[in-house]
Write a protein that binds this ligand. Sequence first.
Ligand code: PBG
Length: 332
Amino acid sequence: MVHGSQHFPRTRMRRTRQAPWARDLVRETMLHAGDLIWPIFVVEGEGRVEPIASMPGVERLSIDIAVERAREAADLGVPCIALFPNIDRSLRTEECAEAWNPDNLVCRATRAIRAAVPEIGVMEDVALDPYSATGHDGIVRDGRIVNDESVEALVKQALVQAEAGANVIGPSDMMDGRIGAIRDALEAAGHQDVMLLSYAAKYASSFYGPFREAVGADATLKGDKKTYQMDAGNTEEALREVALDLAEGADMVMVKPGLAYLDICQRIKQTFHVPTYAYQVSGEYAMIEAAAANGWIDREKAIVESLVAFRRAGCDGILTYYALEVARMLRS
Ligand code: PBG
């Protein structure tokens, strides 16, 4: 370090920490509403707001309410929302065909939000788990998640989403080759402006538990996702995943979960210099909420601190269930 020779008392690190104005002046990393993507859960119905037990404060919303919330998010400067559907149990099948029904819940929600709130970006998830009888992100044949047939299904899913007006498509399925296949299909269909935010380094994680309750996949999931999602012990593999997805046509990449994987975020940003995101997942949300509900941590401070950590690690933005609330906090 250049300053290593300047000993105390010439160097006093506390000088720049002495008052709020001084701390403001030297702060390197700040959080802005523009850094946030807000994931919301949608359900059928009207005027429906359903609590999710393991995610206190997060709700499943019918499309009309989702539109109102999207309006609120846009007004607060949140640039993008991500839609996750809770599909009726009767539509969850082995073939997952509801995923590419052009009038499925998520496509209708997309059309409604794009029409009512044109200035917000709408992101959709590409993966079969909300539509699957077995809760897996791909097609299951004889107990195995088959890669190439899954990619064909995911391409069909991405196309109906793009047709419905999705601005950003986020493949979270971790099948091999899906980014290239989706990109080619989008180009061929004239959707050249649809962005691909690839869940490039997605780990098989215990932190997704509450999300699976939210989309109703907790009851359907058979087994685990370790044959497609990454092992928590690996870093180099994450870099290979990102390199492949970028070569196949991803515009932006994501690491998931977030807080336990900040080293991965930092390495990806420093290696590839591309727009890099992290997903502060449901389990991370639930941990903050549970500790705060017990009075063990200061909720608002813990939320902001956890989000600043992503920016400090090099993330350009964060998917967080706190997006709306934090945008409101930042405004006041
Ligand atoms: C599934 C998907 C998951 C999440 C986003 N998309 C769960 C999983 O892989 O089982 C998790 C998000 C969260 O936990 O907040 N395609």
